[in-house]
Design a protein around this ligand. Structure first.
Ligand code: SF4
Length: 222
C-alpha cells in the first residue's frame, strides 16, 4: 500500500472537469428538491442498494415527493410502500425497513435522523455506506468517506490500495487520501465508475486519468 497518493490534485481536477458531462450520482443530486433532508437522503440511499440509479430515482420520486417525513411514512402500510417503490431490488424488504426505521425515528429521536455515525448504525438495515452517505450528504458533516462498489473498485485499479472489502477500502483510503478530498470523493468516483471506469471492460481509451492508473486486475478495456 502506498503512503500518499501521487498527483492527487491533478487527478481530482481532471475528474471534476469532466463531471458535468457524466451527470451526478443519485443520492447527492442537489437539484432534486426531494433529496434535501437527512431523512430523504437516508431513505433514498436505502432504496438505491442493489438497484440501478434510474430505478432508484423513479422510486424516490414516487415515494418521497408525497411522503417525505417519518410521520407520513408510518401512516402507510408496507404494501403501500412496496407498490410505490416497485421495482427497486428487494422492494418488499425495503418497504418493511422503511416503515420500521420511520417508527424508530419517531420513537427514539423525535422524528429526526440522528447525526451521530454510531447511532445511525443502530438503525435496522443501515450499514457503514448508508451511514456515511447520511453524514456527508444529509447532515453535511465533514470527516466521512462513503464507499460503494465504485469507490472500492477504482482506487484498487489505480493502485492506490489493495483491499478486499469496501470497509477495508474506507479505512485504507482514510490513511492516504488527504481530508480535503473526502467530501467530493464519493460523488466523483461513483459518477466516474458509472460512466468511464465501469466494472467490466472500462473505457481506458477515454479516461482522463489513464496516465496515473496502474490498471491493477484490469483484464480487458475499451
Ligand atoms: S485507466 Fe482504465 S482502469 Fe484506470 S481509472 Fe481509467 S478507466 Fe479505470
Amino acid at each position: 500500500m502506498v503512503r500518499t497518493i501521487r498527483r492527487i490534485d491533478e487527478i481530482f481536477t481532471l475528474l471534476k472537469q469532466q463531471l458535468h458531462t457524466y451527470g451526478k450520482s443519485v443520492v447527492s443530486r442537489k437539484k432534486q428538491k426531494i433529496l434535501d433532508t437527512p431523512f430523504i437522503t437516508l431513505i433514498s440511499c436505502l432504496l438505491s442498494l442493489r438497484t440501478k440509479d434510474e430505478v432508484t430515482e423513479q422510486a424516490s420520486r414516487h415515494l418521497l415527493i408525497k411522503y417525505n417525513t417519518p410521520e407520513e411514512l408510518v401512516q402507510l402500510s408496507e404494501q403501500q410502500i412496496a407498490s410505490l417503490i416497485y421495482p427497486v431490488g428487494f422492494y418488499k424488504t425495503k418497504a418493511k425497513r422503511i416503515k420500521e426505521i420511520s417508527q424508530t425515528l419517531l420513537d427514539k429521536y423525535q422524528g429526526k435522523v440522528p447525526d451521530q455515525f454510531e447511532e445511525l448504525l443502530t438503525l435496522k438495515g443501515v450499514g457503514r455506506k448508508t451511514a456515511n452517505i447520511v453524514m456527508v450528504y444529509g447532515h453535511k458533516k465533514h470527516g466521512y468517506l462513503p464507499i460503494d462498489t465504485h469507490c472500492h473498485r477504482i482506487p484498487n485499479r489505480l493502485g492506490w490500495i489493495k483491499t478486499k472489502t469496501p470497509e477495508d477500502t474506507e479505512h485504507a483510503l482514510k490513511k492516504i487520501l488527504p481530508t480535503g478530498y473526502w467530501d467530493d470523493f464519493n460523488d466523483l468516483f461513483v459518477t466516474f465508475g458509472q460512466t468511464i471506469c465501469v466494472p467490466i471492460s472500462p473505457f481506458c481509451s477515454r479516461c482522463p486519468i489513464h496516465q496515473y492508473c496502474k490498471k491493477v486486475n484490469v483484464k480487458s478495456s475499451r
